[in-house]
Design a protein around this ligand. Structure first.
Ligand code: ZN
Length: 119
């Protein structure tokens, strides 16, 4: 859905050509991307890729496991089960280091906070 700029100044368009081009590009990418596997549909639905083209990487998400376990423990009716919104968070005292595992790189390709020109 196109909602436009929140507060265009008088005389400014609600959508610029760049806004429209970006929104259309996103819509095309979403249209062309498989919602199940995340690859382009032209690849994942190509019969030439039926055998041997894809491999599986398996990882385990403990947060999802906790959510599924919690949901299973509740005696939700069918409508409730389809409607209840759950979210997972770290328990107090178990929060991770917020920057752990993140290799933050700024747009100039340098580690965040550094730059090529010394600024
Ligand atoms: Zn797919």
């Amino acid at each position: 859905m196109f909602t436009g700029r929140p507060t265009p100044a008088p005389g400014e368009p609600l959508f610029t050509k760049e806004d429209t081009a970006g929104a259309l590009a996103l819509a095309e990418e979403e249209r062309d991307t498989c919602p199940s596997c995340g690859y382009l549909k032209v690849w994942c639905r190509d019969p030439a890729n039926q055998f041997g083209a894809f491999d599986v990487d398996e990882e385990f998400c403990w947060a999802t496991y906790r959510l599924a376990d919690y949901r299973k423990s509740k005696d939700y009716g069918e409508s409730q089960a389809a409607s209840v919104q759950l979210a997972v968070r770290f328990r107090e005292g178990r929060e991770p280091d917020i920057e752990a595992g993140l290799d933050l790189v700024s747009q100039d390709g340098q580690p965040d906070g550094e730059s090529d020109d010394g600024k």
